[in-house]
Write a protein that binds this ligand. Structure first.
Ligand code: SAM
Length: 222
């Protein structure tokens, strides 16, 4: 009887409300995962991720030089942070920026364990990475741009934080059904991101196409 009543209730809902419900459920599942930081870290650091995330190829494509200063925005568990730190070496620095206190604690534990003295974890504001102006060679966003809410404000801030000649690297999931990644409604299509960057004073300078599920774009200020 209960099942029949809920079916009738669902039929009474307009389609858009059903779609909205699906959106809510996806978002709730995502927020649930974000609240359970151990599970979230486990997912980000899952060695199976390497098969599609190809971290070695990503860093090689970027040709990172020793001595660079890189801001890993939405660093999470540090999946890329510590690989970046290895490339920039003792004279470089990686700022691992996140808004989650759990992630920052996790990052600081790993900095201590790995003796990664060239990594600094920064508990940032949601709309401000709290870095100094003209201090960063490259901003690195991996699966994190779609989390930033006030994106125009963010872009105008990080533009000022870039050193002359600096660039912004964006890796994120294609807006289509994929076996991994965030729910569809959180994804940003590649073309929309390029338009957004252009309208905020950046131009696409490079694109790498070897990632199976994500676009990998490099932008510089115009
Ligand atoms: C999907 S994880 C990506 C982690 C990492 N970049 C990687 O590729 O493994 C997204 C991370 O962005 C962080 N985040 C969400 N909103 C943020 C914001 N406004 N500023 C900085 N970090 C944010 C989350 O706490 C989470 O750790």
């Amino acid at each position: 009887m209960k099942a029949i009543l809920s079916l009738l209730a669902m039929l009474a809902l307009p389609l858009s409300a059903l779609a909205q419900d699906a959106v809510q459920r996806d978002r709730q599942q995502m927020h649930q995962l974000h609240r359970d930081s151990r599970a979230y870290i486990g997912m980000l650091d899952d060695p199976k991720r390497d098969a599609y995330q190809k971290p070695y190829e990503v860093l090689t494509a970027l040709a990172i030089e020793p001595g660079e200063v890189i801001a890993d925005i939405g660093a999470g568990s540090g999946y890329f942070t510590f690989r970046l730190a290895h490339r920039v070496g003792d004279k470089g620095r990686v700022y691992a920026v996140d808004i989650s206190p759990d992630m920052i604690r996790h990052l600081n534990r790993r900095i201590r364990e790995l003796k990664a003295m060239n990594v600094t974890a920064i508990l940032a504001d949601a709309d401000d990475p709290l870095l100094a102006d003209a201090s960063i060679d490259r901003f690195f966003f991996s699966d994190s741009w779609h989390h930033i809410e006030n994106q125009s404000k963010y872009l105008s801030l990080i533009k000022k934080m870039l050193k002359p000649g600096g660039e912004i690297i964006m890796i994120d999931f294609h807006k289509k059904e994929l076996p991994v990644g965030p729910p569809m409604q959180m994804k940003i299509a590649r073309e929309d991101l390029i338009r957004q960057m252009e309208s905020n004073g950046f131009r696409l300078t490079k694109e790498h196409t070897f990632l199976p599920y994500q676009y990998f774009l490099v932008f510089a200020p115009t």
